[in-house]
Design a protein around this ligand. Structure first.
Ligand code: GLN
Length: 454
């Protein structure tokens, strides 16, 4: 049924970069056989899932949305991929994304944009926009994503589904093509909070192959999603995210946010206002730290390893081939970030930019620590606006970057955060997301509060 649905709608939505119907059916039959042999698989056995094309898969191409990886076949599975297979999920295909996960709209993909199923003239968010659109368009019930600055929560919000960024280190980065290693976090997309929790549990947990993976049990996310109870929970409304006049925020987004907070209060939660002054500097700090790490991570695409190689006709030096390959293989946003990062890390500027941004990161962590003394979870709108029209922000990087205003603080601090639908904006009838943030390794609190709203 899902393959039929993909055949019916994906010509227009373009959520997928790769679907192989025969291979998917073969996977499904193999799961049946495992069950017939008496293997005890988890609750998601046999369920089709779309996998963001930034996780390595031995049996499918892996492009990261970039021309530079066209035709490359990974020699190993990412840990997330392996765990999906072990749990018996059927990986039905790989989804579109902004090149190397750099973007907020999926328009930076080298393979063309994905469309938002609610209104196909609009973006599905990004960078995991293929995954969010696939779930929202009922092409699959579940999908994976990665969140470096908001790339799960923001697309979930603007397509009206659930998307969770686990605690940094709670899900493995092994086999996830690196963008910004201190921020990158795999997480689940689903249409319900409980489905998201089941998927979260299926692929998370300690991985000795990722040195930043946390050696602790997965928080009890499924139990929390079933509990769905907020009585006595202290919920902090962050003054700096949407409050204080709400400048730059769409009216309908703020209206739905306020109603969600009122609903939580009527369900027995205690609402408090908290202030996190350093959040104002989160966006500039992120756009120094993320490009710095990206400039280092993307140095591995040197025309010698991996897919593309341009100009290697025997007349050029290795350095010339490398320059030609990177010029042809990377898109404009990736080049912009490599230049920004290289500049910010260069001697003489390191302390002024990168060092300064790291200090801001510490201040943001301290703001969170103080706020979590007063509240069990913090809430905000997930995004300042609903889905914007395709093309509207492509020539204006600053406008594009603002889509992640509310999501970035949790990446810089490494804590857990979820986006859950909270209605449609009056102006455009498009979905609005509520963000619920919790301390490191308290991912279960996000699910508990999100489920109460469903
Ligand atoms: N939109 C942000 C960026 O472009 C976040 C991307 C992400 O989370 N992968 O960097």
């Amino acid at each position: 049924a899902h393959l039929d649905r993909i055949a019916e709608v994906d010509g227009e939505i373009h959520a997928f970069l790769h679907v192989d119907a025969e291979a998917a059916l073969a996977q499904a039959r193999a799961v049946d056989e495992r069950i017939a042999r008496g293997e005890r698989l988890g609750p998601l056995a046999g369920v089709p899932i779309a996998h963001k094309d930034v996780f390595t898969t031995v049996d499918m191409p892996t492009t990261a949305g970039s021309k530079i990886l066209e035709g490359w076949r990974p020699p190993y599975d990412a840990t997330v991929t392996r765990r999906l297979r072990e749990a018996g999920l059927v990986i039905i295909g790989k989804t579109n994304l902004d090149e190397f996960a750099m973007g907020s709209s999926t328009e930076n993909s080298a393979y063309g944009p994905t469309r938002n199923p609610w209104d196909t003239s609009r973006v599905p968010g990004g960078s995991s926009g293929g995954s969010s659109a696939a779930v929202a368009a009922y092409e699959v019930p579940l999908a994976t994503g990665t969140d470096t600055g908001g790339s799960i929560r923001q697309p979930a919000a603007v397509t009206g589904i659930v998307g969770m960024k686990p605690t940094y280190g709670g899900s493995s980065r092994y086999g996830l093509i690196a963008f910004a290693s201190s921020l990158d976090t795999p997480g689940p997309f689903a249409r319900t909070v409980l489905d998201a929790a089941l998927l979260h549990e299926a692929f998370s947990g300690h991985d000795p192959l990722d040195s930043t993976s946390i050696d602790a049990p997965v928080p009890p996310v499924v139990e929390a999603a079933r509990q769905a109870d907020v009585s006595g929970v202290r919920i902090g409304v962050v003054k700096e995210l949407g409050g204080e006049g709400g400048e730059g925020y769409q009216r309908g987004v703020l209206a739905r946010f306020t109603e969600a907070v009122e609903l939580l209060e009527s369900l027995g939660a205690k609402i408090v206002e908290v202030s996190c002054p350093a959040f104002t500097y989160a966006l500039p700090a992120y756009y120094l730290i993320a490009p710095s790490e990206c400039s280092s991570n993307l140095a591995r695409f040197d025309a010698m390893r991996y897919g593309l190689r341009v100009g290697d006709d025997g007349s050029r030096s290795a350095e010339e081939v490398m320059a030609l390959t990177r010029a042809a293989g990377f898109g404009p946003e990736v080049k912009r970030r490599i230049m920004l990062g290289t500049y910010a890390l260069s001697s003489g500027y390191y302390d002024a930019y990168y060092g300064q941004a790291q200090k801001v990161r510490t201040l943001i962590m301290r703001d969170f620590e103080a706020a979590f003394q007063q509240a069990d979870v913090l809430v905000s709108p997930t995004t300042p606006t609903t889905a914007f029209p395709i093309g509207e922000r492509v020539d204006d990087p600053m406008a594009m970057y603002l889509a992640d205003l509310c999501t970035i603080p949790s990446n810089l601090a490494g804590n857990a955060a979820i986006s859950v639908p909270c209605g449609l904006a009056d102006e455009d009838d498009l979905p609005v997301g509520l963000q619920i943030m919790a301390p490191v390794l308290s991912d279960d609190r996000c699910y508990r509060v999100a489920a109460a709203l469903e």
